[in-house]
Design a protein around this ligand. Structure first.
Ligand code: ZN
Length: 389
């Protein structure tokens, strides 16, 4: 019964307005009587738990005028909150069909209807509704965002790119970032077919929309590397460091490979040393230790490692330290003991997620460009802190 009372609240509001307004119009007496009958029939259905029939009667009774629109929206929202999408849809559709609704209310009705379709998984119908609102001042940006979300869910990258002009006009950073990733998705497909020119063109477009898209540079580096253009690939990796220091540890090995191909290891280690000094990344540290060991000796590398661990302890750093101890140990029993410790740490690290989403905190052992939980682009990055970088 309590639910019915909640349902009645907006209905009663609309009806109260309707009766009040119409009471002054004596010549509308017969119309009022007819509507009043529909209203009481609607209520009867409501109390006898036949809610669908009740809605039909109540919608007819509530002739939509300026002042009763709010009551309609309230009623539909109530249905949506209760998970009764079909009923919310019915009310919003009823509003959309009203001919004399002010533009503002009409647009709100279309937007709410689109949201109903979206919640019901009817992407085509939601898309058609959102498309209608692209030029709306109040709902243009929201509709563009919703459309990009639809195309992301359906992997319809090309369709998303058709919205480029509208997105650029909004100058909305999140939408531009999303658009850049749509270009990156197409570039990934072109990369699989090794279409060099297409990949570069798509990625240039991505960087044009969002110069901070490290994914675009990451892909650009791949295609340059595939075509032995190592200088260009190295530049892309350096750009990634400027764009996103948190993501950078994931490209260190690939970057090293490209510098080695150019016979420029010295230059690489100089860069990595700078990365370590600026970010204290464990991956950069482990990489730089190789350089110390080959230039000087293991003892010097261990000394550097110990100082670094004291400065900023991490589990991965400690595992590497144990590995270094094993290399130096001459006693078989000590090596065996150290190996057990190393195995334990490895198992511990393996069950810990490597990536975490900076937007929603979703953890994963695998990297995704779009977070599986919140769907934000490029937010899954290596975990920081004791168990991460
Ligand atoms: Zn997320």
């Amino acid at each position: 019964m309590l639910e019915l009372l909640f349902l009645l609240l907006p209905v009663a509001m609309g009806y109260g307005w309707f009766m009040g307004r119409n009471s002054v119009k004596q010549n509308d007496h017969s119309a009022k009587q007819a509507l009043s009958k529909k209203y009481s029939t609607g209520l009867n259905y409501l109390f006898s738990n036949q809610q669908d029939k009740a809605i039909d009667y109540l919608l007819e009774a509530l002739k939509v005028e300026d002042d009763s629109v709010e009551a309609h929206f309230a009623m539909a929202n109530l249905f949506r909150r209760r998970g009764e999408l079909d009923r919310a849809l019915k009310v919003h559709e009823h509003l959309v069909q009203q001919k004399n609704l002010p533009t503002k209310d009409k647009q709100q009705a279309v937007f709410e209807l689109a949201k109903d379709f979206l919640s019901a998984g009817l992407f085509d119908r939601a898309e058609a509704m959102f498309q209608k609102l692209l030029k709306s001042k109040a709902y243009g940006l929201k509709s563009l965002t919703a459309l990009m979300q639809i195309y992301q869910s359906t992997k319809d990258w090309q369709q998303g790119i058709t919205l480029k002009k509208a997105i650029v006009k909004t100058r909305d950073k999140k939408l531009l970032h999303s658009l850049a990733n749509f270009y990156c998705e197409l570039a990934t497909l072109a990369l699989e077919d090794d279409q060099f020119i297409d990949v570069l063109e798509l990625l240039e477009n991505a960087l044009l929309q969002d110069p901070n898209s490290c994914r675009a540079n990451w892909l650009m580096a791949q295609i340059y590397e595939n075509h032995q253009q190592y200088t260009e690939a190295c530049q892309c990796y350096q750009d990634i460091y400027q764009q996103d220091k948190d993501f950078f540890p994931d490209v260190i090995d690939k970057m090293h490979h490209c510098y080695t191909q150019l016979d420029a290891d010295e230059e690489f280690y100089k860069f990595i040393r700078r990365v370590y000094d600026e970010t204290a990344s464990t991956s950069a540290l482990i990489c730089y230790l190789k350089h110390i060991e080959s230039t000087y000796n293991l003892a010097k590398a261990k000394e550097f490692m110990l100082l670094s661990l004291k400065r900023r302890p991490t589990i991965r750093g400690f595992k590497h330290f144990v590995k270094m101890q094993m290399t130096e140990s001459e006693q078989e029993s000590t090596t065996e003991n150290l190996d057990v410790i190393k195995q334990l740490i490895s198992e511990y690290i393996n069950v810990k997620p490597r990536y975490s989403c900076r937007t929603c905190g979703f953890n994963s052992g695998t990297h995704y460009w779009s977070c599986p939980s919140c769907h934000d682009w490029e937010q899954l990055k290596p975990v920081r802190g004791l168990e991460g970088e």
